[in-house]
Design a protein around this ligand. Structure first.
Ligand SMILES: Cc1cc2nc3c(=O)[nH]c(=O)nc-3n(C[C@H](O)[C@H](O)[C@H](O)COP(=O)(O)OP(=O)(O)OC[C@H]3O[C@@H](n4cnc5c(N)ncnc54)[C@H](O)[C@@H]3O)c2cc1C
Length: 356
């Protein structure tokens, strides 16, 4: 029997994979309803369709272009392979339904506190319930109680994602990125009249958000803010039969702060590890861990950028051969893209000065 704490996208996807492999799986979720509240923009690359069936019920919009702005308003527009914008409530619920159809049991309104490990692992909940199982998986988000209660929390840096749904005129198939607004800002359209607008930063998120909203006037409909863990390559995500996955394991791209696809890829490693008796830590590090390290490297370089560095970057990207390379490559896997960019435009090498 496997206990999963957290019915976010990664807990649900992991549950489905493990149940499909023949395991008995139970998911425990703190909130009364799966998928609420929303604290996410819900944009993913086309790679999502390699992992799950894209369903009309959770699809909000499809993006085919991006425009990237420097702080001095230099801009470049790049065609994209189809990106998906999902409704996170319906997306999480759809994944939970798929898990249920594989036999997974769900218990909502259950907040995990700690566990006691003897021959089996006994998970304790605030409502007094105790559940015994052979494996415990923490898919309980950035502040993971499973990590904290099992000495797996490590050193965590959190980035604030300050986002609102906004009534605004926008282009339906175009996502905007604003470099240097905090780490960066975004406008992701749902329709031609509504967009998800946000910024991410280590501190003073309101200042950056207000600055962005001065450029893009609109009416705020609701807030969808939350915290995002910066990938920690030293984090240990496995101890005996206890595992961390998704945001609980900081498996988030440090460039775009997207965690849905990396967490799902790590879930595939976890399924393999449990079913074949292999080390999960080794499998996910060898797989998505390598790409997460590259994202972290790019993030670290860009932290040292001044406004003129962003302007130069936009100028380099404006070249057709560079834009084509970006369009062709999935941003989930930046290692190959970096190599291709360097081959097509050796002047990108100038940014390696920020490594030292
Ligand atoms: C503003 C913002 C925008 C974002 N935009 C994107 C984006 O566009 N694309 C993208 O890919 N990623 C995005 N992300 C990141 C993405 O939301 C996360 O990476 C993703 O939700 C991780 O899924 P998860 O299942 O690991 O964790 P979560 O989605 O955090 O789910 C964890 C679940 O565990 C439950 N839980 C927590 N503690 C307990 C407990 N003690 N007991 C029981 N249950 C518990 C929670 O209630 C929750 O349901 C964004 C994040 C933010 C904050």
């Amino acid at each position: 029997m496997i206990t999963i704490i957290g019915a976010g996208p990664i807990g649900n996807y992991t549950a489905k994979l493990l149940a499909k492999q023949g395991h008995k799986v139970k998911v425990f979720e703190d909130h009364k309803e799966v998928g609420k509240p929303i604290q996410c923009t819900g944009i993913t690359t086309a790679f999502l369709q390699d992992l799950i069936k894209i369903k009309k019920e959770f699809m909000v919009n499809t993006i085919t272009r991006t425009k990237v702005y420097s702080p001095n308003q230099e801009a470049v527009e790049i065609p994209l392979k189809k990106n998906f914008v999902v409704d996170r409530t319906l997306f999480d619920q759809s994944l939970a339904e798929e898990a249920k159809s594989e036999g997974v049991e769900y218990a909502v309104g259950h907040k995990y506190t700690h566990c006691v490990q003897k021959e089996k692992i006994t998970a304790h909940f605030t409502n007094g319930k105790k559940v015994e199982s052979d494996y415990l998986i923490g898919a309980d988000g950035p502040l993971s109680a499973v990590a904290k209660s099992n000495d797996l929390y490590g050193k965590r840096t959190f980035i604030i994602g300050h986002q609102a749904r906004v009534k605004i005129d926008c282009e339906k198939d175009l996502v905007d990125f604003f470099l240097g607004e905090g780490y960066f800002g975004w406008l992701v359209p749902e329709t031609e009249k509504i967009a998800r607008i946000g910024i991410c930063s280590l501190s003073t998120p309101k200042k950056y958000f207000d600055s962005l909203m001065k450029k893009r006037k609109g009416k705020i409909l609701e807030w969808q803010s939350g915290i995002i863990p910066l990938y920690n390559p030293k984090l240990q995500a496995e101890k005996d039969n206890i595992y961390l996955i998704g945001d609980a394991a900081t498996q988030v791209k440090a460039t775009t702060l997207g965690g849905i696809i990396p967490g799902m890829l790590a879930a595939q490693s976890l399924g393999k590890a449990i079913s074949e008796g292999k080390s999960y830590q080794k499998l996910w590090k060898k797989g998505i861990g390598k790409e997460l390290k590259t994202h972290l490297l790019i993030h670290s370089l860009m932290q040292k950028f001044k406004n003129k560095d962003y302007d130069r970057l936009i100028q380099l990207v404006k070249q057709e051969r560079v834009k084509n390379a970006i369009t062709e490559h999935d941003r989930e896997f930046p290692s190959k893209l970096l190599l291709k960019l360097l081959l097509r435009e050796p002047r990108f090498l100038q940014y390696t000065k920020f490594l030292f």
